[in-house]
Design a protein around this ligand. Structure first.
Ligand SMILES: NC(=O)c1ccc[n+]([C@@H]2O[C@H](COP(=O)([O-])OP(=O)(O)OC[C@H]3O[C@@H](n4cnc5c(N)ncnc54)[C@H](OP(=O)(O)O)[C@@H]3O)[C@@H](O)[C@H]2O)c1
Length: 293
């Protein structure tokens, strides 16, 4: 078996961490790309131990900040000539958040972390993905979008500067944008060996005490109740692992999965090519020095 090089953003927790364990267990090299050195190091030790593998590394990146993403990409490319799998797992969805927040680069944080950051990171690592025998990009969306069948990305004001901010609206808008971005990538990369697929994540257990230590008790109760109907991070990570490694999907691109055997549909709007192109034009405006795929 040829060892693949796999980058997982937000690999220090939840599904990303479980996927890191599963992929390392299969003998591949995993780089967890985390915003906190401390949380990253704790996860790294745990992943290495669970996977019984020393081929797991930590690199720091804050996906909300373009300067950090550029530094990360530079450091990665200085060490690796190729990348086989990029899993864009990191995301911001803190339901305690009531007020809009901006990064120190001046971009609304949910939009910056969940959509603009992944687009920039893919772009910076694309040549390395093309160096792979068969590069793969996985983006992560949410089953919660089912509750918003007519949701459109607001291209005039994706950052909620002129409309009332809600973290739910910002989050689902960013996840809708990631699905559309995946379709765009698949089309742009059709003549290459690089594929792009999206994963629809269902309700997955979150360790509320660890992730949100100061959560108000009512929200905490709600999370605990919801978690009875949620699957484990390891169960969800099987879809990540399958799409990252399985030879069965080497030719599959532009597809939306919710488990290894189940392809799902996104809304008609997300397939509208004019809407996808308009989204990407808007997205490039947020990226300081856009490059073309
Ligand atoms: N759990 C669910 O029910 C559910 C449902 C639908 C979709 N999803 C999606 O599934 C993916 C994984 O979520 P999860 O359930 O595993 O949640 P999680 O445990 O909260 O993991 C999120 C990860 O993203 C990282 N992250 C957040 N902001 C970041 C930033 N600016 N830079 C770098 N990393 C950052 C977090 O790092 P820190 O530890 O530093 O915060 C954490 O490692 C996400 O894309 C999420 O939107 C989850």
């Amino acid at each position: 078996m040829k060892q693949k090089i796999v980058v997982i953003t937000g690999g220090n927790s939840g599904i990303g961490k479980a996927a890191a364990v599963q992929i390392a267990q299969q003998g591949h090299k995993v780089i967890i790309a985390c915003r906190s050195q401390q949380r990253g190091e704790a996860a790294l030790a745990d992943i290495r131990q669970q996977a019984n593998s020393s081929a797991v590394e930590l690199m720091v990146v804050d996906m909300s900040r373009q300067s950090s993403i550029r530094t990360f990409a530079q450091a990665f490319l200085a060490r690796y000539a190729q990348l086989d799998v990029l899993i864009q797992n990191a995301a911001l969805f803190d339901i305690r958040q009531k007020q809009i927040e901006f990064t120190d680069e001046g971009v609304e944080k949910v939009w910056a972390t969940n959509h603009v950051g992944p687009v920039l990171l893919t772009n910076l690592l694309l040549d390395a993905l093309k160096q792979s025998e068969q590069g793969r990009i996985l983006t992560i969306s949410s089953k919660g979008l089912i509750a918003y069948p007519f949701l459109k990305v607001n291209l005039v004001d994706p950052e909620f500067r002129e409309r009332k901010f809600s973290v739910q609206k910002a989050y689902y808008q960013s996840k809708q944008a990631q699905v559309m971005y995946t379709y765009w990538l698949a089309k742009m990369l059709a003549e290459t060996a690089v594929t792009a697929n999206a994963i629809r994540v269902t309700n997955v257990q979150i360790d509320v005490d660890e992730r949100y230590p100061n959560m108000p008790s009512l929200l905490r109760k709600m999370y605990r109740f919801k978690s009875q109907f949620s699957i484990s991070p390891a169960e969800m990570a099987k879809t990540y692992t399958y799409l990252a490694l399985s030879p069965e999907v080497a030719q599959t691109s532009g597809t939306y999965y919710d488990d290894p055997t189940h392809i799902v549909e996104s809304s008609a709007y997300t397939h509208d090519w004019e809407a996808i192109e308009a989204l990407m034009q808007t997205t490039w405006r947020f990226i300081q020095a856009p490059g073309a795929v």
